[in-house]
Design a protein around this ligand. Structure first.
Ligand code: GLC
Length: 473
């Protein structure tokens, strides 16, 4: 299957160090594992992204978790994906967030796109739909349960048919998102021009949710009535990858044809030959959102991408020292963009920091096109990040600082980049944690204080430089 499965030990890291990393990843996933059953007996088992800040089940996080779990305990990988399916509706819709064991709580409720402010089991909006891709990867690691590959095909078909029917009203092969966080890239600067005062990090986001609620989250009605919707590149890249997986799982070529249609539409409609990047398209007139983010590079993961386009993306952007070639990981926004912000911010996290899922998606493409040493360099920098700071939610790409939530589930994707893990089926040793709210607040406070101090330092350095210039001039 795809390059994600490759075994490629990094020469500079001895086996002992990598084994420690794997053990720690296993410990993070095990510490975040939640299982139980609802009052009606429905069982659930999933990995929450990072307690206590993220206590629920998130769609794309769960897919990433399952992809890593399959190296350690494939039974948990399967349970995570089955639970995600179980959280969906009979018509094929699967929520962005599912509240299994814990209500969203009144403080959080307004942030979640639910039908009512209380009492919903899940949100009414979607997240980047990679379930079939994760299903296929997990099935390939399930020799103990070969039936897993086919047990949910009806549900998977329904899911991807729902997406095609409800999210592609103009029929161009690209599905749309109606809220910025549906991609998972909540506050990415690429959405500023579309959502403006209703952006994810601004108070107007409440209105965006509220107006969807008033239309009962009928996406076709919302797209027809409002122009704030996006045919998002990264969402469609994962959609196409998942459709290809579904075609292989079902043997139904119509899903392959749909994947090809989406891939062609990405090239015909989103590719900008002059800038050498893919742009999201906003609104009914397909206005390109010309902000360079890792989403613009995401089509590198498509097996069908023409080589000249891939080389442009890699050489002119991914490996360009002023754009994405940072000391640590791959920044989520090109360092050249005025909106690039490397450090921590309470409400903004996709405006520059390096996330591990970015490397997970893009590094295999670097290898596929022969940029092995660059791929090794990026993976090695991610290893250093995790060795120094643990599996954090994201990292500063310039100085390598670990930021935001600790023991963040999908950062363990690094293990998948190393080619998996030894010791499948073992139980990890007990970890010292299940984070408390106080601990989390303390770490957020420390991050905020650190960021303020750095800002002061920068200002003091700028003032000193100005004074020097005055003296010498
Ligand atoms: C943040 C991220 C989103 C993720 C969620 C749970 O909101 O932006 O992508 O799914 O946290 O980890």
């Amino acid at each position: 299957m795809r390059a994600y499965l490759r075994e490629r030990p990094l020469a500079a890291f001895d086996r002992g160090r990598l084994a420690l990393l794997r053990a720690e990843a296993h410990r993070v996933l095990a510490g975040n594992w939640r299982e139980g059953s609802l009052a009606d007996g429905t069982p659930y088992g999933f990995t929450c992204p990072a307690p206590p800040r993220y206590r629920h089940q998130w769609y794309w996080d769960s897919c990433f978790h399952a992809i890593v779990w399959r190296h350690f305990q494939p039974a948990r990988a399967r349970e995570e994906l089955r639970t995600l399916m179980r959280g969906g509706r009979l018509d094929g819709f699967i929520p962005h967030t599912i509240f299994w064991h814990d209500d969203a709580g009144w403080r959080r409720a307004p942030f979640y796109a639910t039908h009512s402010l209380r009492g919903d089991r899940g949100t009414a909006h979607i997240q980047t739909p990679l379930l079939a891709l994760a299903w296929e990867l997990v099935a390939a690691h399930s020799p103990d349960e070969p039936g897993f590959a086919t047990e949910a095909l009806d549900g998977l078909r329904l899911h991807y048919d729902w997406l095609g029917r409800h999210r592609d009203p103009d029929g161009d092969g690209l599905i749309s998102i109606i809220h910025p966080d549906e991609s998972g890239l909540d506050d990415s600067p690429k959405y500023d021009a579309v959502f403006g005062w209703m952006s994810h990090y601004l108070p107007g986001y409440f209105w965006l949710v509220e107006r969807s609620r008033r239309l009962r989250y009928d996406s076709r009605a919302i797209i027809a009535r409002y122009d704030e919707h996006v045919e998002d590149v990264i969402v469609n890249v994962f959609y196409a990858l998942a459709l290809r997986s579904l075609a292989r799982l079902t043997g139904d070529e119509s899903y392959r044809d749909r994947a090809i249609r989406t891939e062609r539409a990405l090239i015909e409609l989103c590719w900008d030959d002059e800038r050498g990047l893919f742009w999201d398209l906003a609104g009914s007139d397909h206005t390109p959102l010309r902000v360079s983010t890792w989403s613009s590079l995401a089509p590198l993961a498509l097996p069908s991408l023409p080589e000249p386009i891939a080389r442009t993306l890699i050489e002119e952007h991914l490996l360009h020292p002023r754009r994405y070639r940072a000391p640590y990981g791959i920044p989520s926004v090109s360092m050249e963009e005025p909106s690039f912000h490397a450090g921590w911010h309470l409400f903004r996290c996709w405006r520059g920091p390096s996330w591990i899922n970015t490397s997970w998606l893009l590094v295999p493409a670097l290898r596929r096109f022969g940029y092995e040493s660059d791929a090794d360099r990026i993976v090695a920098s991610c290893i250093r990040l995790v060795e120094r700071h643990g599996f954090r939610e994201y990292y500063n790409p310039l100085n390598g600082e670990g930021l935001a939530a600790r023991r963040f589930g999908w950062s363990t994707l690094l293990i998948d980049l190393l080619g998996g893990a030894d010791g499948a089926g073992q139980t990890p040793s007990d970890g010292p944690f299940v984070g408390s709210l106080r601990e989390e607040l303390r770490s957020m406070g420390a991050e905020a204080a650190g960021e303020a101090a750095r800002r002061l330092n920068r200002r003091a350095a700028a003032a000193a430089a100005a004074a020097r210039r005055l003296r010498s001039g």
